[in-house]
Ligand binder design. Structure first.
Ligand code: ZN
Ligand code: ZN
Length: 406
């Protein structure tokens, strides 16, 4: 399964009212459409803009409305934290806050990954009264905080509201439980103590001298707990592996029971080593029934509001996956090519329009669609499906779906 993040789009002015997929010369994508059965997919439900986390749950057959337990947990798993039941995890930003407690810069002057690691090391000294904090920095200003202890809840508000020029908000309980109130208090204690350490850290003092914004605050958001789901290998009796660069995608896959295959140079950015990812996917197909290959670049350039660049990224991906598609065709494997949501590149945010989908393989009912894009695929034999149905459609081809009735 190849998921190009945020690849779905809308007609764009700079591409003559075509979507980037329509405008692209993506020969291998079009070959998949020609060989396969095509359709469009409402990843969550018609009109519902998905987050990447809920979208991937749906695509792997898990109802996001009942089985989503907050983004922080996936980020923590993806960052390599051994998350345990009862832990509460948060995504965090290193940020710059002024002495009146206003957020000046949510990315702390674009602090580097190396600098953030040094600061994260200093935060290891923090002792809290009622919980153990585990802080890990990931890429650039991003990091993960895990609170480990008794009576913790994910029902606490975000400290980072995605806004600058506002005062740092205090963590609040989001329900009436003792646990939520307790967690809000523990989190506040961490924020205060981390602030003290960061403010006095030599690295930050030096940044100020150099005229850079200091990373003097940690702003947590997206509280989450380990999701309690039946792993995908048990649901379908298959061996499943995931190849992704971004921490979130590795985390979602790990939470669902995929083996994570680490690929050198897979960064989750446009500079990723896609050649290596494709080669590792080819190798993984020898050992696994299902291999999930995630490619982030299409979403990144959409958030940058760059339709032309998106068209180029699509052409690049289509070219790079050619050896993989050759193998799939020659070995009689199945391939599903789709996106986790639409990210219109004129808006730069996720939207709820359906995404194109093509499934190729020896027993699919090949339809007349010959181009992989939002409109061509809508004329295909799969018509319009929901994200949660995709995995069963694939497993049906692998004879993994038990009979219902006699
Ligand atoms: Zn996404
Ligand atoms: Zn996105």
């Amino acid at each position: 399964m190849i998921i190009c993040d945020g690849m779905g789009d809308r007609p764009t002015k700079v591409l003559n009212r075509l979507t980037p997929l329509q405008a692209a010369e993506a020969h291998t994508f079009n070959r998949i459409a020609s060989l396969g059965e095509c359709g469009i997919m409402d990843v969550i439900s018609p009109g519902q803009p998905p987050g990447s986390d809920t979208a991937h749950l749906a695509i792997f057959g898990y109802d996001p409305y009942t089985q989503y337990s907050g983004r922080g947990a996936y980020e923590a798993l993806g960052a390599g934290v051994d998350l345990k039941p009862g832990d509460v995890a948060f995504r965090c930003n290193f940020a710059t806050v002024n002495d009146k407690d206003f957020i000046i810069d949510r990315r702390a002057g674009r602090i580097t990954t190396e600098e953030a690691k040094i600061l994260a090391e200093a935060l290891k000294d923090i002792k809290l009264e009622d919980a153990e904090p585990i802080f890990v920095s990931t890429t650039e200003h991003r990091g993960v905080l895990v609170l480990r202890g008794d009576k913790l809840s994910r029902k606490v508000s975000d400290v980072d509201l995605h806004e600058v020029g506002v005062r740092v908000s205090k963590p609040r309980p989001l329900d009436d439980s003792v646990e939520a109130e307790h967690t809000a208090r523990v989190l506040e204690e961490f924020i205060i103590k981390s602030r003290k350490i960061l403010q006095n850290h030599p690295l930050n003092k030096e940044r100020v001298i150099r005229g850079l914004n200091p990373a003097n605050a940690v702003l947590p958001r997206g509280a989450g707990t380990l999701p309690n789901v039946k792993p995908i290998h048990e649901v379908w009796n298959i061996k499943a592996a995931a190849i992704a660069g971004g921490a979130l995608y590795k985390g979602v896959a790990k939470a669902l029971g995929f083996d994570i295959i680490h690929v050198p140079g897979a960064t989750g950015t446009v500079n990723t080593n896609l050649k290596a990812k494709v080669q590792y996917t080819i190798d993984a197909l020898k050992k696994y029934d299902l291999v999930f290959l995630h490619i982030k670049a299409t979403d990144t350039v959409s958030h940058d509001k760059n339709p032309v660049r998106k068209k180029e990224v699509i052409e690049w991906i289509s070219h790079e996956i050619t050896p993989l598609v050759d193998l799939i065709e020659s070995q009689g494997y199945y391939l599903a090519l789709t996106a986790d949501h639409t990210t219109p590149s004129e808006i730069g945010e996720h939207r709820g329009d359906p995404v194109p989908l093509a499934i190729m393989g020896p027993n699919v009912r090949r339809d007349s669609v010959e181009k992989f894009d939002e409109l061509s695929c809508a004329r295909g034999g799969l018509c319009r499906i929901r994200g949660v149905d995709l995995i069963k459609i694939l497993m049906n081809y692998l004879d993994k779906v038990p009979l219902f009735g006699e």
